[in-house]
Design a protein around this ligand. Structure first.
Ligand code: NOJ
Ligand code: CA
Length: 563
């Protein structure tokens, strides 16, 4: 089996907000096809598109009502096949989202069981009797409120770990598992190159039908301990591996929050997936239970430790998926930097820190431009189902309206979902419609692709340079497969690491602060392979080097050349 995905640079697209080709205010599949040359210019070689299947859009497509059809909002199946073909011409592969922990409540299976008490799909979902007029237990859904909802005209409740329009599928049922396998293979046969697999850690449940100690004022508790990576999940995941992923030359990346001691099962030699996302450093500012309105303080040393441990644990067993941003996260510049410190140097330092780690990098749309969080005036400007849940919970926990709005500005998923900023024209060049489905960030006149493509010193070109180093330089193999090692780990404000293989080594240095830092440089690293201060061209070894504010460096023992 080839491991082409180790050399992949993935670009994640949130189709709704990428480019609107038909002027209805919503991004679509043809919009992606029209912008492929932009992606090619950046240098990526794989695209992951968030769900575009038929959906009532309660969770923007993560609530699927037909796994086999594209939603008309995004286009047709033919449009998707054309995208696959056009991307292929540019040597870009396409992976899709696979959402199989739950469907929409408008999926035919669920609709049938609502209509028909003897439905053959009854066992496709998790239905339980209530507890004296109350839900079967006090699990909280991940979007807030009970994880159980009553079925119309029945005493039964259905489980939904996410929104109430997203009933969880019953993976204990053989027939359901067969349907899922068939569907996955249908898409692999169509020429897609793999899947990002949504919420997959949740498919096995330990269904305790009793109330558990509450962990918040709502009387409910986070269901994670009974629903995440439960014993027995291996049977389900191995089936997907053997009957789907192993049969194709594809990549599988799981959205699975796996504790390090279980990583071997997931990504080890016989692991279920090629790679998994590690949540540890993306979620360093919120509690494990996910409450977005609670802010956990952190410093550079904490971030460094999380990155180090994540890299070391992952390389013990297999391969990792790297990311700074995705559609569930706020923008990384706002998360990791102070507002007044966001500039080219800090943004490029952050880019370089992440892009040279061991694993496959995933760049989220707009990250390469330094897009930032979007301030919304009122809760009505938000579109995300989880923003509404956070709003309710934060209010119930006693936060004022102002505090809640600040929390959402800091942590809402909509921060990453505002339209891509193509240029400084109307709607940031995203759509010709009068209004777009969600607000456009007001800073589009300063931050946009057109302006950055015209400026050789832009963040876009810095990403392009990092991608070229990783994929096309004489150092590509060490950037890709080289071992990760800590470097100068005691420095509180500098994050540095080395990557090494048998014949090459590189040192990555990030001065993670808005002032100078002195470091003692040891080892044979006199060649500057990349730097965000263009006057830094040579290093003296075994001397003290003064790094400037947010200076970023990649050093090597020989000079760099490109294929
Ligand atoms: C994770 C997805 O990334 C997120 O956007 C979605 O809301 C949940 N899973 C539920 O599918
Ligand atoms: Ca459209």
């Amino acid at each position: 089996m080839s491991t082409w995905w180790k050399e992949a640079i993935v670009y994640q697209i949130y189709p709704r907000s990428f480019y609107d080709s038909n002027g209805d205010g919503i991004g679509d599949i043809n919009g992606i096809t029209q912008k492929l040359t932009y992606l090619k210019k950046l240098g990526i070689n794989v695209i992951w598109i968030c769900p575009t299947y038929q959906s009532p859009m309660s969770d923007n497509g993560y609530d699927i009502s037909d796994y086999y059809q594209m939603d008309p909002l995004f286009g047709t199946n033919e449009d998707l096949y054309q995208l696959i073909e056009e991307a292929k011409k540019l040597d870009i592969k396409l992976i899709m989202d696979l959402v199989v922990n739950h469907t929409s409540d408008e999926h035919e299976w669920f609709k049938d069981l609502q209509r028909n008490p003897d439905s053959k799909y009854k066992d496709y979902y998790i239905l339980k009797e209530g507890n004296n007029g109350h839900p079967p237990n006090n699990w909280r859904s991940l979007f807030g409120g009970s994880a159980w909802e009553k079925l119309d005209n029945s005493d039964l409740y259905y489980l939904h770990l996410f929104g109430k329009h997203q009933p969880d599928l019953n993976w204990e049922n053989d027939k359901l598992r067969e349907e899922i396998v068939e569907m996955i293979n249908f898409w692999l046969e169509k020429g897609i190159s793999g899947f990002r697999i949504d919420a997959i850690s949740y498919i096995k449940k330990n269904l305790l039908l009793e109330n558990l100690p509450q962990d918040d004022v709502d009387g409910m508790c986070f269901p994670g301990p009974w629903t995440l990576n439960q014993p027995g999940i291996d049977v389900f995941l191995n089936k997907l591996k053997e009957e789907c992923f192993n049969k194709y030359d594809c990549m599988s990346v799981a959205e699975a929050n796996v504790p390090y001691h279980k990583l071997d099962q997931f990504i080890g030699k016989n692991g279920y997936f090629d790679m998994v996302f590690d949540f540890s450093y993306a979620d360093l500012d919120i509690p494990e239970t996910g409450e977005a309105y609670i802010n956990i303080p952190w410093n550079v040393a904490d971030l460094k430790k999380k990155i180090y441990v994540s890299q070391e644990e992952t390389q013990k067993y297999g391969w990792g998926a790297l990311y700074l941003e995705n559609h569930d996260q706020p923008r990384s510049l706002n998360k990791y930097l102070q507002k007044q410190e966001i500039n080219f140097y800090s943004s490029s330092m952050l880019a370089g820190l992440f892009m040279m780690l061991r694993g496959t990098p995933f760049i989220y749309q707009g990250q390469e431009l330094g897009m930032t969080n979007c301030y919304m005036e009122t809760i009505d400007d938000y579109r995300d189902i989880s923003a509404f849940g956070t709003y309710e919970r934060a209010k119930a926990a006693g936060l004022s309206e102002k505090e809640v709005m600040e929390a959402l500005f800091r942590r809402s998923r909509d921060n990453a979902r505002t339209p891509f900023q193509w240029d400084d024209s109307k709607n940031a060049g995203f759509s010709s419609a009068e209004t777009t489905w969600i607000k456009i960030n007001e800073n589009y006149t300063e931050i946009n692709a057109k302006q950055q493509l015209e400026d050789e010193q832009s963040l876009f070109y810095f990403y392009q340079e990092l991608i070229q180093l990783r994929t096309k330089s004489n150092y590509a193999s060490v950037f890709c497969e080289g071992k990760f090692e800590r470097y100068m780990e005691d420095d509180e404000n500098v994050i540095s690491y080395t990557r090494l293989n048998d014949d090459k080594k590189v040192l990555i240095i990030c001065n993670f602060q808005n002032k100078e830092s002195n470091i003692m440089l040891q080892g044979d690293y006199q060649h500057v392979l990349c730097s965000n201060y263009k006057d830094r061209v040579h290093m003296d070894i075994n001397t003290t080097v003064q790094l400037r504010a947010f200076e970023y460096l990649i050093l090597g023992s020989m000079s760099v050349s490109f294929k």
